[in-house]
Design a protein around this ligand. Structure first.
Ligand SMILES: *Cc1c(COP(=O)(O)O)cnc(C)c1O
Length: 430
């Protein structure tokens, strides 16, 4: 199985986190997101323990855009991780979940004055500043407050990860951050150091997502520390914190490699120690911002099969009762997924079809050309590894209501997010 929380029971039904998914589909309806609370906690602990062991001082901060709802923030808070937030919506959700916002890092390449005011007023610990304009806005808005606003500066180290273009964010011409190569990184650092209402805590980089080669993180940290060394020499500023961003890849299909995150963190820590010695820096506090690798394999989506269409000599379609509204990742990135017919897992896989949604859009595909046991109407299709960037990217296109999220913990299921109703869909219509 693609992940150790997936299994098959004596009825030949798929199980997730120990429960029969067909039973869950019957009880809660489809489409349905499932999340495995134990797996989320296990993934948090992998980061927490490895970073605690290999770095002098460290904090994993969950990139909450991967899956943001109140229960998620509660779990992250209980596990003692920080969070990344990218909007006032995420800040508000975290706040309502009782998350300690002093451990929140506020990202985004375009924060409005309202965003800055909201974050300062509500005690968001850190701004990860993307550009000079934002730095000026924070300085202006924080003037007169008793506390300096802590910031990290987001820099682009100029690394191309060779992953999908849309998730490749470390290049010089990225829309995110200030580039080291162009001198803009030095300029924004100089400005931050001169400001009275800003406390420069360090630097941040995020190189990409769904990254498998550990080399990317070594090169990233080496370039960042070389920059910090230059800044120390020129301006006498000693780096306190270095954030290496997120990006570790997860296994969506059997052919994806498996990453040993703890071993990777150990290697990254070695390259950081070497670079710190080389550039005469004290070892800074290290932040990592995993999103996908915390929640992706803790998720699964269930659908009911509707129409089966066979176009002789061409192709077949299996239509399900969700689609790009609950999972736009194939439409956006061509993402691969592993699928099962959950009520007859081991039946012979004899039918090749595109599994498609029901939106008025040809790209509304969950996965093309999958070979499965031929399903019939009302069979359950399970799509694995949907915990990251599915619910958080869901939309109401075609006025489709968003599914519920059912959490499973220690053999028990409970609703963490309820299904949107038809009235929810018209709630803001005047
Ligand atoms: C999206 C993002 C992350 C998380 O990336 P994953 O690939 O989900 O681990 C971390 N940091 C920043 C700045 C991001 O934009």
């Amino acid at each position: 199985m693609i992940c150790n929380n997936i299994g098959v029971n004596e009825k030949d039904h798929l199980t997730f986190a120990g429960l029969d998914v067909c039973e869950l589909a019957k009880k809660y309806g489809t489409p349905l997101y499932l999340m495995d609370e134990g797996k989320i906690r296990e993934n948090c602990r992998t980061y927490k323990e490895a970073m605690g062991k290999y770095f002098k001082n460290a904090l994993p901060a969950y990139a909450s855009k991967a899956a943001a709802f109140k229960r998620m923030y509660e779990i992250i808070s209980e596990e003692g991780l920080g969070i990344d937030v990218v909007s006032v919506g995420e800040i508000y959700t975290a706040m309502k979940a009782g998350f300690p916002l002093e451990n929140a890092y506020f990202h985004s390449n375009n924060k409005t004055d309202f965003d800055v005011e909201f974050a300062i007023e509500n005690g968001v610990g850190y701004f990860v500043v993307d550009n000079e304009e934002e730095l000026f806005a924070i300085e202006r808005i924080n003037k007169g407050n008793s506390k300096k606003q802590k910031v990290l500066l987001r820099l682009t180290p100029g690394i191309d990860t060779h992953t999908y273009e849309a998730v490749n964010t470390g290049k010089v011409d990225s829309k995110f951050g200030s580039a080291i190569e162009t001198g803009q990184a030095e300029e924004i650092t100089r400005l931050a150091l001169e400001m009275d209402d800003i406390e420069l805590m360090g630097f941040h980089c995020h190189i990409g997502s769904q990254v498998f080669d550990s080399d990317t993180f070594f090169r990233g940290s080496e370039i960042m520390l070389a920059f910090a060394g230059m800044i120390k020499e020129k301006y006498g500023y000693e780096l306190k914190e270095l954030s290496l961003g997120g990006g570790y890849g997860v296994k969506y299909v059997e052919s994806d490699p498996e990453i040993d995150i703890a071993a990777n963190i150990r290697q990254v820590s070695e390259s950081i120690k070497t670079a710190c010695a080389k550039y005469k820096l004290a070892e800074p506090k290290i932040i990592m911002e995993p999103g996908r690798s915390i929640v992706a394999d803790a998720g699964m989506t269930l659908y009911s099969v509707g129409t089966i269409k066979q176009i002789p000599g061409y192709k077949n379609y299996i239509s399900i009762d969700g689609g790009m509204t609950d999972n736009p990742r194939y439409a956006l990135y061509g993402s691969a997924y592993t699928l099962f017919v959950a009520n007859k897992v081991s039946a012979p896989a004899d039918f090749t079809a595109d599994v498609v949604g029901r939106c008025c859009e040809s790209d509304d595909i969950i996965q093309p050309a999958v070979t499965l046991p031929k399903p019939v109407r009302d069979d359950i299709i399970a799509v694995c590894t949907t915990g990251a960037y599915n619910y958080s990217m869901a939309s109401n296109y075609n006025r489709v209501a968003r599914p519920a999220i059912v959490m499973i913990h220690e053999g028990k299921a409970y609703q963490a997010v309820k299904r949107e109703s038809l009235d929810d869909l018209i709630a803001n219509d005047l």
